[in-house]
Design a protein around this ligand. Sequence first.
Ligand code: BV8
Length: 232
Amino acid sequence: MTIRNIVILTGAGVSAESGLATFRGPDGLWEGHRVEDVCTPDAYARDPALVHAFYDARRAKVGSVRPNAAHEALARLDAEWPGELLLVTQNVDDLHERAGSKRLHHMHGELTRGWCLACDRRIDWSGPMGETATCPACSSVGQVRPDIVWFGEMPYDMDRIDDALRACDLFVSIGTSGAVYPAAGFVQTARYCGARTLEINLEPSLGSHLFDEGRIGPASVEVPKWVAEMLA
Ligand code: BV8
């Protein structure tokens, strides 16, 4: 089958070798916290200081790390692939952008953006946010939350993702445990619509049985190899 249109899904595993913790590893991001305590709207309503501290720490950390060879290889594929390509990331770090990816969508939001609940604008945010942040657009104080999709909230632009999955010839999942929906279900949509499916991960994910092919190894090694094959 000729491959023209590609959809790639990435998770925390693609940023692990840049030094960013994944969620479910031994040093997992959520090890210190219960997911319900930092990643839900209820958590934010109950303890905004804790949720802001969790995201302020992660935003600061991202500023001190760099894209790795996997991010760079995906950016090269984006620049050189002649067909359609959409990189959907579950990650809220900006390492794909900093490596140069353009055809990119953050389905779970971004650490480097705030969402003002007073004026409903999304604003670029680099430093700490905390509970008393002032919205640069409407000047309201303490109404800015992280622009992150929490559990129970709808991931961004699902129609765009669905259209791309239905039109793709190849779906590649990289560095994700397949633990969270709707991202974990994308492989089924792609298969149903006739795409080939490939998983690249450090270990088989929860959904590995749904993939035509699986490559086990670190993203910084396996992703550049795969991209070189695609561009050969
Ligand atoms: C929704 C942003 C519906 C936050 C994240 C009950 C109540 C409410 C909802 C539900 C419910 N039951 C089920 C649900 C649905 C829920 C869900 O799926 N829950 C799970 C726990 C069962 N999903 C949702 O709530 C979603 N929304 O369903 O909305 C709706 C409908 C109508 C109207 C309104 C709403 C929203 C989910 C989004 C949550 N936000 N992230 C933040 O970042 O803080 S989730 C977060 O975990 C990630 O974004 C990602 O999506 C998910 C999984 O993380 P991974 O990226 O896979 O990372 P993980 O650590 O798990 O795995 C890393 C992998 O990498 C491992 O496999 C490892 O082996 C590998 N690896 C490690 N190192 C390397 C490597 N691979 C390669 N190289 C390496 N070096």
